[in-house]
Structures are given as structure tokens and as C-alpha cells.
Ligand binder design. Structure first.
Ligand code: EPZ
Length: 422
């Protein structure tokens, strides 16, 4: 297994290009299952999760061609051969469950493995099931697989989700595009990735309104046609790299970044003493004056502070002046980066869903282990600011969500290299 060696090397300066959003691409790719005509995505990120989704779609019989070094995904699901998403693939990546809604809508049946737990939580699918049942689906759990059918086709309905689940919103909205009649989805998730999905579905002929608000209305249509769609900028990669100049000093411009994607996050950085300025090319980030100040964080569904930036923000708070309380309200086990940061000299106390961080002047490099995707990059951020060398092992986690992380950080002056595993 590869690892990454980071050596604290002072302020960072320059530009970092931000890629297309992993979490948009992972819901846009299954949308191809809704139509017999080709769907082409541009600005797709080059990540292992995208390769996993490609393998899943191909296992169903879809054609997926990765063009222009992976930045274009040309897909066609004209001749599908299976409606079963196998455990072997789904257990590797939860987002595989996003084929459930499209398969059910187009074919009237689907068999999708439950993903099983992952490092950050149990990750059940009850909200997906409840929403699809509100559209007339009959779903039962057998041998770890959800067996879903809608013999007479799905019917539009009114459904209020108990929690604004991103994935459940995506599955229900995709299914509703081909249901008979109108669907009103209440307490829908508002993430930019959902807005991006709806914009793509609309290009395919779907009739949808309200995306980005808590109530989405979908008029079912008989069929969807092909389209070409540009994947929205990745707000989590954007936020992650915004923290690089915040933790190291210097000034970095994140190309492609837009303030609307990270408003609550940028507000927190501003309160901590980090300036974020929107330019015509992206977002320019720099510390306002020396050491950042501690701020409290509570993770919430969009537009609140993103759970996917909590680990990275904790790394910054480890070097802040004062004490910060970070409350993780979305996942039940998303502080596994904390003990690794403590190995680097951080002062963190975790009690259930709350972590109390008292900032230290300087972290010290140490060998640490990545435990999940976002934890892995928080350790790299800490290593950029630490004294001496930090070796982050198990960086396969990183490859799931960050393309060319060494090249991007080297480009702004970081001392970082990838070490091939045995
Ligand atoms: C999406 O996961 C993202 N993944 C996650 O990003 C992100 O952390 C999460 O949304 C929250 O923003 C993709 O988009 C591929 P949820 P998802 O359904 O859809 C519980 C990353 O690092 N829940 O909003 O799975 C669930 O257990 C990943 O890129 C149920 O209880 O998130 C969790 O506690 C990590 N029942 C909470 O809701 C359900 O049926 C949020 O889950 C579904 C979810």
C-alpha cells in the first residue's frame, strides 16, 4: 500500500485547479440507466470511486467509455443485461445504491445489495426504501439484498423524508422522473450535487422544479432522452484546499471555486481569521493576520457546515489560538482522524459526537494512518503545517476522492511525495 510523505515547508502560494465533484458524478452516472439514449458527462474527476461506479454500470450491461484521460464519461444503457447490483461492488462504495431508483423506474424491478457499514457509520437505507415505497414500489430485504419491484410502474406521490438524506433524495428524484403523475418530495436534501443532478435530468427531458430547496416537485414523463452535462465543481475538494493556505500561511487561488458552493464554510474561515475572496477565476484564500482563531463547528445538511469538511477543519483548529468545539451531527463515527492528529501533538478530547480541540503552536510530524477518505486528507493538511516529516499510510482512501493531490500541493510549494508501497 502506498503512503504519502509530507514535510512542513512554510507558506503556500500559487493556484490549485479544482476538479468536478465526486459526489455529483456518482449520482449523474447512474442517471444513464433512465434512458436508452447516450448520456455524456464532461469535467468528470479522475478517481477510484468513478472507476468503481463504471464497473458497476458495466456489470449491468451499460457501455461506459472513459475519454480524455477520464475527464469525459460517455455512457449508454440501451441494452442492459442485468438489474442486480452485486454485494462485491456495493460494499466497496455505498454510492452504488444509487442505481436502485433508476433501475426500478425504467425496468420495474431491481435487486441491490445493502452496502453494509463503513468506517464512518452504519449507513442504512431506510429513507431510500420509504421514499420509493411512497411511489408504489414493493421492496423487501432478502439475504442482504433489497428486492424492489413496481409491476405496474411507479406512481407519483407526496412524501416527506424523516431526514434530508442526500442519497435518498437522489434515488427518489431519479425514480420519480419516469413515474406516472406528480411527485412532491418534502424535506429533500439541498446539496449542490442534487441541483446538478436535476439540471442534468432536465436536459434529458425531465420535468422538475424546486431543486436546492426542501421541496422538489417532479412531473413524471414517459421517457428520457440523451444529453451532455458538465459536472459541477467539487465543493469538498475546494474546501479542503482552501484550508491549505489557512493552515500553512501564504495565498492560494482555487481555480473554478465559487462562493455559492461553500458559503457556510467560508463564513467559518472568515470568523477564524482567514480571508476568502471571489475572483473571476475562483476563490483566493489567505490568512488575515498570523495564527488563526478557534471557532466552533456543527455539521448539518446543506447549506450548513458540510460533514465532509469536518475532519479537515479539525486539522486547522489543532493549530488555532484557543479552544474549538466540533459537533458531528450527520455520522455516528466520524472522528477517527482525532487519535491520528493527537499522535502529531494535537490536544483533542472526543466525547460521543463532540470533539474539543485546544490549539497548539505547532504540530509535530509523525507516522499516521488514514482511516477514511476525508480523515486521510486532514492528516495531509496537518502534515503540511507540522514541524518535520509526516508519513500518511493507507492512501488508497485518498485516491477515492482526490485526484493528483501530490501534484496539486507541490504546485503551490508543498514538500510532498508519494511513496510506492511494498
Ligand atoms: C452523501 O452520502 C455523500 N456521498 C457523503 O460523502 C456525505 O457525507 C453525505 O451525503 C452527507 O452529506 C455521496 O454523495 C456519494 P446521507 P449519503 O444519506 O447519501 C443516515 C464523502 O466523503 N441515513 O445524507 O450516504 C446516514 O446513516 C462521502 O464524499 C439513514 O439513516 O448521506 C447518515 O448518518 C462520505 N437512512 C445520514 O443519514 C438512510 O436511508 C446522512 O446520510 C440514508 C441515510
Amino acid at each position: 500500500m502506498d503512503s504519502i510523505l509530507v514535510t512542513g515547508n512554510g507558506p503556500l502560494n500559487g493556484q490549485i485547479p479544482i476538479a468536478g465533484a465526486k459526489n455529483a458524478c456518482l449520482t449523474l452516472m447512474p442517471a444513464t440507466l433512465l434512458s436508452e439514449e447516450p448520456l455524456t458527462l464532461t469535467n468528470a474527476p479522475r478517481l477510484s470511486d468513478i472507476k468503481t461506479m463504471t464497473a458497476l454500470l458495466q456489470s449491468l450491461g451499460a457501455e461506459v467509455s472513459s475519454l480524455q484521460d477520464g475527464q469525459v464519461q460517455a455512457m449508454s444503457s440501451h441494452d442492459l443485461t442485468s438489474q442486480t447490483a452485486d454485494y462485491e461492488i456495493v460494499r466497496k462504495m455505498r454510492a452504488s445504491n444509487l442505481v436502485l431508483g433508476p433501475l426500478l423506474a425504467r425496468f420495474g424491478h431491481a435487486v441491490v445489495s445493502l452496502p453494509g457499514g463503513c468506517a464512518i457509520g452504519a449507513r442504512p437505507m431506510d429513507l431510500h426504501v420509504e421514499g420509493l415505497e411512497a411511489l408504489g414500489a414493493e421492496i423487501e430485504l432478502k439475504d442482504g439484498y433489497l428486492h424492489a419491484k413496481a409491476p405496474g410502474g411507479l406512481k407519483g406521490g407526496v412524501h416527506e423524508m424523516r431526514f434530508a438524506s442526500v442519497g435518498a433524495t437522489e434515488n427518489i428524484v431519479m425514480a420519480a422522473t419516469l413515474a406516472k403523475g406528480t411527485t412532491v418530495l418534502k424535506n429533500a436534501a439541498r446539496e449542490p450535487e442534487i441541483v446538478d443532478l436535476v439540471e442534468c435530468l432536465r436536459k434529458m427531458g425531465a420535468q422538475i422544479s424546486g431543486e436546492g430547496t426542501s421541496t422538489i416537485e417532479i412531473q413524471g414523463v414517459d421517457r428520457l432522452h440523451g444529453a451532455t452535462h458538465q459536472v459541477v465543481t467539487d465543493r469538498i475538494e475546494l474546501g479542503t484546499y482552501m484550508l491549505a493556505p489557512a493552515i500553512c500561511g501564504g495565498e492560494v487561488e482555487l481555480l473554478g471555486g465559487r462562493m455559492r458552493l461553500v458559503e457556510s464554510f467560508a463564513a467559518k474561515l472568515d470568523a477564524a481569521g482567514v480571508s476568502v475572496e471571489e475572483t473571476d477565476k475562483g476563490l483566493k484564500v489567505a490568512r488575515k493576520n498570523g495564527r488563526v482563531r478557534a471557532v466552533d463547528v456543527v455539521t448539518e445538511p446543506f447549506p450548513g457546515f458540510p460533514t465532509d469538511l469536518q475532519a479537515q477543519m479539525m486539522a486547522l483548529m489543532c493549530t488555532a489560538e484557543g479552544t474549538s468545539v466540533l459537533e458531528e451531527r450527520i455520522f455516528e463515527n466520524r472522528f477517527m482522524h482525532a487519535p491520528e492528529l493527537v499522535r502529531m501533538g494535537a490536544d483533542i478530547e472526543v466525547h460521543g459526537g463532540t470533539a474539543t480541540v485546544t490549539g497548539v503552536e505547532r504540530l509535530k510530524g509523525a507516522p499516521v494512518m488514514a482511516t477514511d477518505l476525508r480523515a486521510s486528507v486532514s492528516l495531509i493538511l496537518a502534515g503540511l503545517a507540522a514541524e518535520g516529516e509526516t508519513v500518511v499510510s493507507r492512501v488508497y482512501h485518498l485516491d477515492r476522492g482526490y485526484e493528483h493531490v501530490v501534484r496539486k500541493l507541490e504546485g503551490v510549494g508543498a514538500k510532498i511525495e508519494r511513496i510506492k508501497g511494498q
